[in-house]
Design a protein around this ligand. Structure first.
Ligand SMILES: Cc1ncc(COP(=O)(O)O)c(C=O)c1O
Length: 363
């Protein structure tokens, strides 16, 4: 299927900003916010302006060290969101084709369409546990394909793509003269250690990430792109048109956060380890939710088998003050996405309420 051209909005992000807030919010995909008060810093560590031209050197070095690359492979960007856009805009020209996974995080589809490229899709089927099938990608590639786009871990399912499969995708891209953009924002949530970025698999890979999801640091907007130096330079120049330079206090805080990442990760990991059994206990009791459970990540995307998702989400919000993401935002109208990295009490009660709403609507 070919998507409409030049999207200029994301319905999902608009919904997330205006409709997802609730007393029991299971619609978020990231770890609860890490408080500034727990970062070891003093006012002298922050400054309003500083030497940030094509990157702030201490941040470039901290990101390069974290990702096991050199600084000429790194573009610091405003979150994974801007990272994805810069990567796409640097690679795609109007008339090119971008091949994007489905189900997908909506801004990936919209941003690709915004570049003027034609967006085509490859399926990650629920019946196939949302796995990426390189043969399907190969069939969908044409001589106009310039970019293959996927998430790892997958949003909305948290399914992990192994490096052998990634390598096969890389080979398909190389033969087609295309690149592979892997949004790795959720890969960070594997912690201990975070697996190596697909960037290391070959020059056709461009990867993006941030401290947003796994560490609860979305407010820092500390994102990055890893790419070949020539492409990195193209992205920095492109960024001159949009962000120009980032907020310097955020760069300073990002350097401090990266220095203390082990401690921040330990807190996030403990939360997820505490919450996953709550999800599993809930899912074990539900014969009206079919769920791929990869056992990792911060979200799952069950199929709702005995009622309509629209009715469920409405009842859940109106009567039970609880939100999950309706699957239509991921082009899967029979599914919901449940986030598990919120406060443990909120998750426990939110899941009870989801169960009550499902019971009430059961046919
Ligand atoms: C796959 C994916 N990429 C990027 C983002 C946005 O990340 P950031 O807050 O770092 O811009 C999200 C947020 O939900 C996401 O799910």
């Amino acid at each position: 299927m070919v998507e409409p051209k030049r999207a200029k909005r994301s319905d999902y992000i608009e919904w997330a900003k205006t409709c997802s807030q609730a007393r029991f919010n299971l619609a978020t995909s990231g770890v609860i916010h890490y408080p500034l008060s727990e970062l070891p810093l003093s006012l002298e560590d922050i400054e309003l302006s500083g030497p940030s031209w094509y990157g702030y050197e201490p941040l470039q070095q901290a990101l390069a060290a974290k990702c096991g690359v050199t600084t000429d492979n790194v573009v610091a960007a405003t979150g994974t969101s801007m990272a994805n856009y810069l990567a796409m805009a640097a690679i795609l020209e109007p008339g090119d084709e971008a091949l994007v996974e489905r189900p997908a995080y909506d801004p990936l589809v919209a941003a690709a369409a915004f570049t003027g490229a034609t967006v085509k899709r490859f399926e990650r089927r629920f019946q196939d546990a949302f796995r990426v099938d390189p043969a399907e990608i190969e069939r969908a590639v044409t001589d106009r394909t310039r970019l293959i786009v996927l998430t790892n871990m997958h949003n909305p399912s948290s399914v992990l793509t192994d490096s052998v499969t990634m390598q096969r995708i890389g080979e398909i891209a190389r033969r087609a003269g295309a690149r592979v953009l892997v949004d790795e924002v959720y890969l960070e949530a594997l912690f201990d250690p975070v697996p190596r970025s697909a960037f290391h698999l070959g020059p056709e890979f461009v990867t993006t990430g941030s401290l947003t999801k796994a560490y609860g640091l979305s407010g820092l907007r500390c994102g990055w792109i890893l790419a070949e130096p020539e492409l990195v330079q193209k992205m920095w120049r492109l960024n001159d048109l949009f962000g120009n330079i980032p907020a310097h206090p955020a760069e300073r805080l990002s350097v401090i956060a990266l220095k203390n990442l082990d401690q921040i990760a330990a807190r996030a990991r403990a939360l997820i380890d505490r919450n996953r059994p709550l999800l599993d206990q809930f899912l074990d009791l539900r014969d009206d939710l079919e769920t791929i459970r990869p056992g990792c990540g911060t979200v799952v995307a069950p199929r709702v088998t005995r009622t309509s998702v629209d009715q469920l989400c409405k009842l859940l919000r109106d009567k039970y003050e609880t939100t999950v993401v309706p699957g239509r935002f991921f082009e899967m109208p029979d599914h919901i996405r449940i986030g598990i990295a919120c406060d443990s009490d909120m998750l426990k009660v939110g899941l009870e309420r989801l169960g009550a709403a499902l019971d009430e609507l059961r046919v």
